[in-house]
Design a protein around this ligand. Structure first.
Ligand SMILES: Cc1cc2nc3c(=O)[nH]c(=O)nc-3n(C[C@H](O)[C@H](O)[C@H](O)COP(=O)(O)O)c2cc1C
Length: 168
């Protein structure tokens, strides 16, 4: 049987990150159009929370420089990336350069910004923020949504992007 490594103060972030990365997720772009232009970031921690009321959550690093801008937006657009968005996923996490260069987007009158070709869209406002270690759990209230289940999602696993394999 595999021996588990006890987690203590000496456990390094790389070990934690590598182990968390074994849990496959989708990738979402959380974005808004602000006075200075489009602002957004790639998020793999997007999770459904509640049906009634409709809530979802993301976990955002306390040292994020993008989140303080986004959290002031009247509406947040969450785009669930599809398998054509692997470049967009990388670009939306870049620390330098224009994250939206070459990306096709649409913006609602409320300022929520979406990536074209996404597999699902959620228009959200912040419902609650809960401090959790070096991240904040941000609970999002969903005000509007659109689903395109036949569009295949981008998968994030082992710190890499993958496409969903089908049996057909
Ligand atoms: C696939 C992927 C998923 C990510 N998920 C998250 C996440 O859930 N939470 C988070 O705070 N940062 C996440 N990041 C990192 C951010 O996208 C971004 O790189 C980071 O916030 C640094 O930029 P900033 O200082 O502009 O915020 C993710 C990056 C990638 C590539």
């Amino acid at each position: 049987m595999t021996v588990l490594e006890a987690v203590g103060s000496s456990t390094d972030a790389t070990t934690l990150r590598r182990t968390f990365a074994c849990f496959p997720t989708g990738v979402a772009a959380v974005s808004a159009r602000l006075d200075g232009g489009p602002v957004g970031m790639a998020i793999s921690s997007f999770t459904s929370v509640s049906l009634s009321p409709p809530l979802a959550s993301i976990c955002v690093a306390r040292d994020s420089t993008t989140w303080p801008m986004l959290r002031g937006a009247p509406r947040l657009g969450v785009s669930v990336l599809s398998d054509v968005h692997d470049l967009a996923g990388r670009q939306l996490a870049a620390r330098t350069g224009n994250r939206f260069a070459g990306l096709r987007t649409t913006t609602t009158t409320s300022g929520a910004l979406y990536l074209e070709g996404a597999t699902a869209l959620f228009e959200c406002v912040i419902h609650d923020e809960i401090a959790a270690g070096d991240h904040d759990i941000v609970v999002l209230q969903i005000l509007a949504l659109a689903a395109r289940p036949s569009t295949r999602p981008l998968i994030f696993h082992g710190s890499r992007f993958h496409q969903l394999a089908t049996n057909q």
